[in-house]
Design a protein. Sequence first.
Lengths: 147, 415
Amino acid sequence: MLAAAREYCRQKMGNVATSELLTEDCAALAYFRYGLATEIASYLGETSELVKELFLYPDELDDGPSVTLPLTLIVRVARQTAALESICDSLQRDLLKEYQKIVCPAGDCLSVFANIALVDDDEFAKRTGLAVTIGSLYSPALLVWHR
Amino acid sequence: MEQCHTETEQCLMVQYCRTLATAFDLGDFLSKTADLVLAHASSADDVIVLLYDDLRQRLTPLSASNCDERQIVGEIPVEPGSSPISRVFDAGDVYLFTDKEADQVARELFGPAAPWSAPPMFLSVPMAIQGTRIGCVLFSRRHPEMFSPRDTVLLREMVDILSLYVYKARTLEMGQKKRFSELVSTLSHELRTPLTYIKGYTTTMLSESDMWSAEACREFLEIIDSEADMMKKLLDDLMESSLIESGFLRIRKGPVLLPRLAHKAVEDAGLNSTKHRFVVVFPHDFPVIEADPNRIRQVLDNLLDNAVKYSPQGGLVVTQGSVEEKVVTISVSDEGIGVAPEHLNRLFEKFYRVKSDLAGIGLGLPVASEIIEKHGGRMWARSTPGKGSTFCFTLPITELSRRARGVELDKATQG
């Protein structure tokens, strides 16, 4: 997934290498994160029919680029299940491990990278938790994928 | 306590409490109690324990020391005014029988063939739990020295402790009888159901053998085969449980590639269900584990089988593994009906079933848990009703795993 995200970034930026990410170029980071979100969305969408939409939480890159800024994804599902939580847990774990090899191969500079939050129809209707960012006027989550 | 005990009495009570802690059953405890009391110089020469059967309203002898309880002439009816023992039991107080009354008690207990040449005195101490009478203990003394108030207090305290132990032992026994009865009923039902199918289809094929096409015959035979497998699994589970109880469950450890084992288990589980989608997620650097592959496969099969059984609408079943510093954790998650919190803690109890209308006698999880514990791991579950369940177990990362991992890393560096 990370390789596909880097490829997407390269297509958009024109031959961007890992070094561009590591210098914390805002545009490169944004493309990389969006590319990764679409990869994760495709995977989850194919794996479970309960997944309806995936949103990228509006992270603040205005204060400056940061390779260590966590990626927050909001997955709208028909209902939350133990199996979906398990898939998301393993994705988060594996992405962290792989991303650390890119940004800090010498040591553990990150404790969290991808936050994948599940939001069900009930939370969406009541606009509780992260569901409030979906459709928000002020800081709307970015729709990345839908079924 | 109403008065301070002497040092001897304190020693006796300490010994008595130790006896309670070390006795392995009620009979052993009663025997040791009697020995202690009889050894204590100022206590008694005989100890007879009578338990009250409230259904039949009788006092039945439970144990007797220094005299054979078989000599006690059966049960003593508890009826108003019927006998000294009955009268005192009804009153619920400590009572000392002497002289003629003691003689009456001796005859009531042993009939005309009382084992003493001269009637002893009897001190009757009631056994009660929270105001409910459960029996009485008769202490007899043959020498003329009366039971002193100190003796009475001491013996009463001992009988209070004895009452608690007897009450617990009886409650446990009743619980065991009830569980055994339920088990027999469940087993009978679980075995009868597949047997009915087997018998039915076999009889049909034999009696109307010309009517059925080859296809129909094959279908019937497949059903018979499947039901026979179910019976075999039930009996295998029972046998496993019995092996565990008796400590004969053998674990033969060797290097195991868990991801491969899990993939195979999932593949086989997928053959039995078209409604479910199976996903296996293991990190590529998952270590080699030292375990019994057949037993771990048995655990995985059980967890996958439960995931399918408890998600009848279908959905995702995820088997994943993760690596921590000293252990690996494997989990199986589903999208099924889930388990209510009040059942969660009891899932690993033998013969406990959350839903009795589903097949199985409630041995799969306890056996799986025992297998994992024998490997040095642990098993647990988490669940939310309506959202599905996740069953997890850990296995230790051993020296073998670390050495194997070292070899892999070396190869990767050289490659």
